[in-house]
Design a binder for this molecule. Sequence first.
Ligand code: GLC
Ligand code: CA
Length: 559
Amino acid sequence: MNTKKRSLNVVYQIYPRSFRDSNGDGVGDIPGVIEKIDYLKWLGVDTVWFNPFFTSPQKDLGYDISNFTDISPEYGTMGDFDLMLEELHRQGIKVILDLVLNHTSVEHPWFKESASSRDNPRREWYIWRDGKKPGGKKPPNNWRAATGGPAWKYFANTDQWVYFHFLPFEVDLNYRNLEVKNTMLNVMRFWLNKGVDGFRLDFLHAIYEDEELRNNPFSWRLFPSDKSVAMLFDSHKYDLNLPDTIAFARELREVVDEYQPRRFLVGEVFGDIEQTCQYCGPENTGLNMVFLFEFTSTAFKPRRYARIIRRIEECFPSPNTPTYVFSNHDRVRFITRLSNNEEKVKLAATMQMTLRGVPFIYYGEEIGIPNVNFKLKNSQDPIGKKYAWSPISQIPGVGFSLSRDGCRTPMQWTDGPNAGFCKDGVEPWLKISNSYRKKNVAAEMKMSHSLLNIYRSLIRLRKTVPAIAIGGFEFIDLSGQDKRCLAYRRYYEDNEIHVYLNFSRKKVKFTPVLPIGNYHILFSTRDRNNELSEDGKNIELGSYEGIVLDTVEGKESDL
Ligand code: GLC
Ligand code: CA
């Protein structure tokens, strides 16, 4: 196996509902994506991950699926999908679909059958149990749903409770039933046979539950965090990250490995880095990658980032590949966490694009769309609806939001009507951020140092410099300056680059590893001249500046 060469370089996440509406119903769709393939090509991303567009009542905006092998009409038809796949492939762009193995909608025909009677042949496809004795009118155990409240819903017709991990209309499939498991593996094969390049696996950590349904021990943790699955005083010991689930990752890998060219699996698994790395296996025999979310919630401080990177490097040595994620469709947008400071985003993007690991860009992140603060009572997101009574809807600084609508607003293409997302006169499914007059693709394409052009240059750099794309990683010791700066080297064969990042508002000066003459500036977040140093010795970085330097071998520079 060639372990060094990886073929996912930069992944771009598209929330189809919000990318581009082609037919004037205010909802983004697959033909809309096809219209924008030129943009993806221009930006330079090599892989696109789509949030679910399968048949669904849309109560959780597509994660509540009622048919895994068809397209929901508001997004288009299977013919549209086939065309999109073909066009993206023609442009050399890979396609990753969002596979929700853990649960189905309550409106899925399987569940309707399963719920109809205790002796229905599909009864065991879901997890049904009697309530607690006496009377059975209390849930079978103390497990809590990830969105709060008991993880069980009572059905009077059969006098039993069914288990769900997230929301009551998204019921967990029972993977201890082999028919279920094989059916879902065949769902994967259905799409792989169509030629998709892989899957993002939704909620994979929730696949198996304890067979005896033992009560979860108490935890002191109240709020959700990226460091632990414990929350709402529940440790989630017996319902999440079970050894059976980790073993299942390997079975999933075997399915994708049946296919050529190579396919990919990236898992959404919650837990700390030390726990989630188990899904990839020591020799990368499990999932190809898992999302690592600590960057989405940590403070903008170099030491904090360095600590996370160090742990990631320890847990994901080659042939494993880490991932670097700042935002997605569930989290407060990154720029809002950074008080809308574009310079900070440019710096962080430089870090994200030059680390050893696959960067994921969430649509709109590249133009700086901020989070929008919606009233909970108007929420489209079922979590927002559930908590509509809450007086506080979000604390953006720490990445906390009770509704996910705020990070899902339509893409901003132009400063024209509806930001070019949908036709004039059409009401988009979610209000567009007011920022669109300034922050839009058309305007930012024209400005040389816009956030968009910075992303584009970084993507190009990542593609063309082997040390960045596939090289090793090592921190550069900044003795004394590490409170303000972060620096590292990336190397592959005779290609070596050094990255210096200044996380402070003030200018900084330090002696680089090599004499100044051995460097050549490949990239800077600022519009600087080619002089790296004023005194010929030290590197000077401006406020929030990040630079990428190519190194020239000592011998050559002496000539
Ligand atoms: C994942 C998805 C989220 C969805 C949930 C239930 O966390 O990212 O958007 O609501 O799973 O499928
Ligand atoms: Ca539409």
